[in-house]
Design a protein around this ligand. Structure first.
Ligand code: SAH
Length: 354
């Protein structure tokens, strides 16, 4: 038995069934045995691959989108260029390369990474060795100044709770022990005032998810964007008002059982963009736009054609496949969505609608 499984079972024996958010937080970020704390999970050798790891075009277009927003807002001097959950630092490196020639951008930018994993901080330090970078534990520690921020596949890693609607109210899905193994169960009906608006669109037996950490993270961002200027691009898989069980584990690019091998698999849930929108004030939020549409609007096809001219053989095939993977509705183009926060008095970032 792994030390983390042992630890979780002891917790359940001592305190009773564990909420899904507690389980998720323990598996992902336990200081000694957590999934993110101890490893680099990204890439072909790892458990999952993200858009910036698929093609440099993703980060380049995000960089130009943020830089254009910065110019449209009057090129404020001294701003934070931030990323939440930067993984290997690839996205930030591509953003910085693409914006190198934007006059004044580099001089004004202070790079800030919000990262919980010491192992990934080390890799980010290497990837971004040519730049001055500051790390923060949480978004509310970011400087009080204009903020241009991106979060790709960050919110899906935040712990969720799950509730099943019964005839008398919401019962929380929990993890307990059955015959010595981790197993799902349902807690008692308890008042859940925060879920009352979900009574309208659910029926008995339906399962809904709630992510309590979304609101404080968005508050930290939206207050800075609304007060000082800036914009925040949130990119993730999910949809408006998700319904049903989206709690999933990935290991070596295959779906796995979230209760098997805790700490050895990536655990995520789909992002409910309505929860983001509800926490967006005092900033405004854009409509939710599919990633494929967003990247097309930013000119990914033109960029892909320019890059294709420099490639041949296997490299060209991989480049064409990467373009398709990022944008095609049957691949990441539709599953992944983009939403931005922006100041109430300004226009939304390019590629997105108010
Ligand atoms: N954005 C990157 C990596 C996504 S993986 C990319 O697109 O490739 C998720 C990232 O979020 C990892 O860097 C992980 O360590 C970080 N992370 C997860 N939960 C976090 C938390 N609560 N606080 C800060 N960082 C977190």
């Amino acid at each position: 038995m792994t030390p983390l499984l042992d630890h979780i079972k002891n917790q359940i024996r001592a305190n009773g069934p564990m909420r899904i958010d507690e389980y998720m937080a323990t598996c992902l970020l336990h200081p000694t045995y957590g999934y993110y704390t101890t490893r680099d999970p990204l890439g072909v050798q790892g458990d999952f691959i993200t858009a910036p790891e698929i093609s440099q075009m993703f980060g380049e277009l995000i960089g130009l989108c943020l830089a254009q927003t910065w110019i449209s807002q009057g090129s404020p001097q001294h701003f934070t260029l931030a990323e939440l959950g930067p993984g290997r630092g690839t996205l930030m490196a591509d953003i910085l390369r693409a914006t190198r020639r934007v006059p004044g951008f580099y001089e004004a930018a202070e790079i800030a990474l919000v990262e919980a994993s010491p192992a990934l901080r080390d890799i980010q330090r290497e990837t971004l060795a040519d730049h001055e970078v500051r790390w923060f534990d949480t978004a509310d520690a970011l400087p009080d100044q204009p903020l241009y921020l991106v979060a790709n596949e960050f919110f899906d890693a935040l712990p969720i709770r799950q509730f099943v609607r019964s005839d008398t109210g919401w019962r929380e899905r929990q993890i307990g022990l059955a015959d010595g193994a981790l197993s799902y169960g349902l807690g008692p009906v308890l008042p859940q005032p925060a879920l009352s608006d979900r009574l309208k669109d659910t029926n008995q037996g339906d399962l809904i998810e709630d992510c309590a950490q979304i609101a404080p993270v968005l508050q930290a961002i939206s207050s800075r964007v609304a007060t000082h200027g800036g914009a925040a691009l949130v990119i993730d898989y999910g949809d408006w008002r998700t319904l049903g069980d989206t709690f999933q584990a990935l290991r070596a690019h295959q779906k796995a059982d979230p209760l098997t091998d805790p700490g050895q698999c990536d655990l995520t849930a789909h992002v409910d963009f309505e929860q983001l929108a509800n926490a967006a004030a005092p900033a405004k939020h854009t409509r939710v736009t599919p990633q494929g549409v967003f990247l097309e609007r930013l000119g990914i096809t033109q960029r892909a054609q320019v890059l294709a001219k420099t490639l041949s053989g296997r490299a060209l095939e991989e480049h064409v496949a990467a373009h398709r993977r990022l944008t095609h509705p049957a691949e990441m183009g539709n599953l992944f969505k983009v939403m931005a926060l922006y100041p109430p008095t300004k226009l939304p970032p390019p590629g997105l609608d108010p």
